[in-house]
Design a protein. Sequence first.
Length: 462
Amino acid sequence: MPIQQKNTTPQTQTAPEPPSPLEKVKGQPQLLRGMKDILPADQPYWDAIRTVVEDNAHSAGFSRIETPILEAANLFTRTVGQETDIVEKEMYVFVDKSGDKIALRPENTAPVARAFLEHGLISWPQPVRLYYLGPFFRHDRPQAGRYRQFWQFGFEVLGDAHPVVDAQLVYLAVSIYKALTVPVTAHINSLGDSVCRPNYMKILTEYFRTRRNSLCEDCKRRLQKNPLRILDCKEPDCHTVSQDVPQIVDHLCEQCRDHFVRVLEYLGELEVPYTLNPRIVRGLDYYTRTVWQIMDEGVEDHYGQTDLGGGGRYDDLLQQLGNRPVPAVGFAGGVERLMMRMRERQYVPAPIRHPDIFLGQLGEAARKKSLKLYDTLRTLGIRAAESFSKDSLKGQLETANRLGVKYALIIGQKELMDDTILIRDMESGIQEVVDFKKVVPEIQKRLAKTNGAVPPEKRVAV
RNA sequence: GUGGCUAUGGUGUAAUAGUAGCACAGGGGCCUGUGGAGCCCCUAGCAUGGGGGCAGAACCCAUUAGCCACCCCA
């Protein structure tokens, strides 16, 4: 502590001492809890995920939609459900300067539905297939693979009630994980609809009421609010109690049963690996009929973070928001969680394409000359790397080596004098002096030769 | 939101309470004209705040963050 501030009488009223610029700054700015910087080392994984999601989406006829991060808070309370944890405990809500209650979007189905209604997508050829990739926010306790700002990719098909759409969406989700080397199984269930679900809820409530004493405190509360969620409880006692619970699939109305059976048939045709799982109830209120979660196959118990994504049908949501019935189904997957799995599986992302050549220079005049050449090459689409700020050729070649370029072009005193340039093959170390005027065509020729022979980039290592 | 474990240079780690060391990465040099090897040098750290103690990276408390288990979910 170089400066004594306490117990001294300042001569004038002073502001706090500004820290000396050389003094180490205490209280350095820090990442907010649950937030994460995505550093360059992570980008190849992100690129891989982005690419696979986009390719799959486009080839399946989906168009991209991006909705704002900020929405009116009640968009979510109305749709996701007032009683759900997402809304009740985890949503970032604040009042803005005009006094409006704003939320950072915790999920994207409601925003997409809002956009669908707001921009009249109902008049587009149906169904409308949309996909997105963006950040979402939930104020949860962070853990590995769980952040307060997290990314999701997702798909929504609006305006189609056919069960084959549900199956296609499950298929699409599974394909994406497969393409990224993460083998998954779809755990699937049906929640019925407004016709048969209330009925089942009664049966369920009845069942649990007689066994109320065996339930945990949370589930006793759930019994009142949403008995369905008891099925999801991980307390061993609750789990035991719900072992013999009447299953919803046995209490579906005829239409719902037919829908579900057909979804399963289509999944069979598509050879999608799936498991019927009556415990899949989902944490959002808007689901009807088909619901599913994508589980990492490599992990034993299917709870916790093995849950890579989930989806389901929400035939009543649009009706509820816009008073027009639009059947719809969607899926969303978590990017960070997927990335974690890819890392565990030693997924090798495609390397960032390295530059073609490196420009080395010795001396100020050479530096200027290579600067000009740098511009020429770049204009021609040749990717030139350099470290113009370095003086030693050794250091420059080290950089060239690290970058993995094929050729280094070197200009020094000698070359400057006779207006030539050195082409160094970085693999063999063979060097050749060429006329400076001929260097561009020469390089183009060499690069064309080698590039043509290079096989398409391998994405996955063995 | 609850409980447990953890916190040392950029990264990975060491140090009976008594000089914070090593490896990698980074920078420079040996060698202003040649990379992937070697050698030398340099940079950079005890998360934050308090407490007891001659003395703390180590002990105690709080805070913050990470991880794990819950809760929940992506």
